[in-house]
Ligand binder design. Sequence first.
Ligand code: HEM
Length: 321
Amino acid sequence: MSISKSKKHPIVGNILAELQGEDWKRIRSITSPVFTSGKMRKMYPLVRQSVEGFMNTLSEYLKHKQVIDVKEMYACLTMDVIANCAFATKTNAFKDPNNAFVVNGRDVLKVSKGKDNINDESDRHESYHNNECEEELKMANKILNIKPSNKFITEDEMIAQGFVVFIAGYETASTTLSFCSYELALNPDVQQKLYEEVMSSLDTNGEIDYEVLTKLPFLDAVIAETLRLHSPIVKIGNIAAQDYRLGSTGITVQKGQTVEIPIYAIHHSEEYYPNPEMFIPDRFLPVNRHKIIPYTYLPFSAGPRNCIGMSLPEVRKQKFP
Ligand code: HEM
């Protein structure tokens, strides 16, 4: 999946990933607080409801020794979480694939991919991102520091930001979960270690507290390594808002020029990741993180136009250097 900025459409053209300049700043500053840790904590019981439905369905399959389509199951889970958290509605997607929300949600995605070549996306930068250094956060703050009088949103823009949740969150999150399961199946030792970490974090009711969940280092490492090896967004292309000299390289990026960042190639480079084709979550454990060179881990991009939804799939709380 790659991202390109397309021509303006009343709804599609207003989604955050498509906007430029002042409109982007205004909408970004309004939408990004959706994923503050406070809001995430409130969403957690809703996510758990969906996960319970998912687990019950899996148990049924297990009872009858039925073969399951993992990608399909995770697509239902992701759809259910999105419906529950963003649209306050239940889909029962596991049992009812004909649910109107599920059917229309998937149709919308097909249309947006086919017609507009938007194969992609859809708190404040409360980022736990690998490469999100202080300087970068300050820059993002400065950019987003818009006047309160500019904090408005039109109806079309509001609809567009609802729509973005599908195109940005649905495919990316379900693909990540599918690849994570695939890698755990291929690497039983990793699976066992993860199982032990999760089991040791259960409380007396057999549940995991949100605060505990967001601080499990191995779970965090497994997700981070899945996103490195199987990044759902393989490259991004951002348009320069102004002429920009790249340090002492002698290269000036001209205003309006598209700069493409080959995320997949960077993540699979031997130069940055020894044995790049191998699934090695330990690379992302706290003791090893300092070895990761800034801006070589980019599943959510970096800088002010990074992913606003990254704290949803990537639950970690620890800051990287
Ligand atoms: C594993 C899951 C996800 C991955 C790998 C991912 C990846 C990315 C990447 C690489 C970008 C940068 C695009 C660019 O620079 O052109 C991005 C932007 C974006 N993402 Fe995500 N994303 C994920 C989940 C989500 C979710 C769940 C949401 C919202 C519910 C979301 C909302 C957005 C939005 C709105 C943007 C555009 C930000 C802007 O242009 O200011 N993403 N995402």
